[in-house]
Design a protein around this ligand. Sequence first.
Ligand SMILES: Cc1cc2nc3c(=O)[nH]c(=O)nc-3n(C[C@H](O)[C@H](O)[C@H](O)COP(=O)(O)OP(=O)(O)OC[C@H]3O[C@@H](n4cnc5c(N)ncnc54)[C@H](O)[C@@H]3O)c2cc1C
Length: 420
Amino acid sequence: MTEAERHSHRRSVVVAGAGIPGLTLALALAQANGPALSVTLCDPGLAAGAARHAGRAYAVAAGGRRMFERLGVWQTALPAAQPIRDMVVSDSRLADPIRPVFLTFAQDRSEPDGAPFAHMVEAEPLAKALLAAAEAAGVAFEAHGITEATATARGIRIVRNDGQAREASLLVAADGGRSRLREAAKIGWVGWSYPQMGLVATIGHERDHEGRAYEHFLPSGPFAILPLVDGGPLGHRSSIVWTERAADVPALTGGGPEETLAEIERRFGLNLGRLALERGPSAHPLAFGLARSFRAERLALLGDAAHVIHPIAGQGLNLGLAGAASLAEAVTDALRLGLDPGSPDVLARYERARRFDTLAMGAMTDGLNRLFSNDVLPLRLARDLGLGLVDRLPALKRLFIGEAAASRGSLPRLLKGEAL
Ligand SMILES: Cc1cc2nc3c(=O)[nH]c(=O)nc-3n(C[C@H](O)[C@H](O)[C@H](O)COP(=O)(O)OP(=O)(O)OC[C@H]3O[C@@H](n4cnc5c(N)ncnc54)[C@H](O)[C@@H]3O)c2cc1C
């Protein structure tokens, strides 16, 4: 191998997994480093393009929105982004005639720049905007999975599922909660499954949601109504994330669309008028999990490969976006200093930046789910008092909406809307 070849493969990053965090990282790295870094994105799902993201929508917090603006994709995705202008939290049983409201976010909903604290963004147009921008920035797409990775004296040897091998400076495993690459690297995983499923559906309704999100804490788990941009036959739409005991899901959704809609109506309420089931529900098993380390030799874990959390606060993707911003910064800063982007120092910096926030968010979502997803009277009283407390403590409230970190100086540059 010549010196030039050695040099070139030290400056290449392969991202395995083109979910939103993997795509965002690939784009950020390619934009910031141009020809100084070769960026390859591998995912068998790339063959299906953005269409495979259809039907999913995420609450993207202000930091993620600022990063997408900086990367130039927000303007393209904007028609699919609904600002969340208010959030109402209630705690009741399903049969209760009224749902007392314990917590509202309306009064401090905005960011200092006047923007809402979060947007509901549909995943398909967001992925489409990210794919187009990544292609324009020079990211190479390969519709293959990565099956093996072995650190060598010079880099990391990466093998695709068709047997093709290459060497890179750094492999980013963004291959989801059941990350095969995490297992292959023998990185431990602490986690458990919840006895719950998350049902995701798009609901059409007659009346305007006015940008208001609802989270109803019911004994079987939270039922979230999240506003989407207007559209559909009834004129207005929301996405629901409906958490149910896994054992009850077949009975609740197995009777056909009309019965499923009737169950949704019991939880959704009638304040938005007539409802229609426009898409779904799709069922997702729910789990908590945290990798014992976010790195191995020349390997970084990103997104759900590093952490899986309960969707009770809609923060899983936001954690992945924060990871993409931190890793892009650590790699880019190293390259600018002429350092090896896959070196232990770079990966340690990334891990230090993300570990505490991730653990804190994981513990909070797990605790909230345990506290709320039951019907035990003393716990009900305790949590009602607890929510009243949250309403009085702006800092805790900000944690709940995923923006506790927004005011901290340690935020990665992209989440502050700054260039890398
Ligand atoms: C019900 C529900 C609702 C949610 N709502 C929200 C919300 O409102 N806001 C929020 O922030 N988060 C939310 N989340 C969390 C969010 O969905 C996840 O955190 C996020 O999708 C994780 O993205 P990822 O790319 O890390 O993983 P994935 O989306 O699982 O993507 C992994 C990718 O890796 C690819 N892949 C797998 N193996 C390989 C391989 N060997 N080589 C190459 N590629 C591979 C796959 O094809 C896939 O494209 C929710 C989660 C659930 C379950």
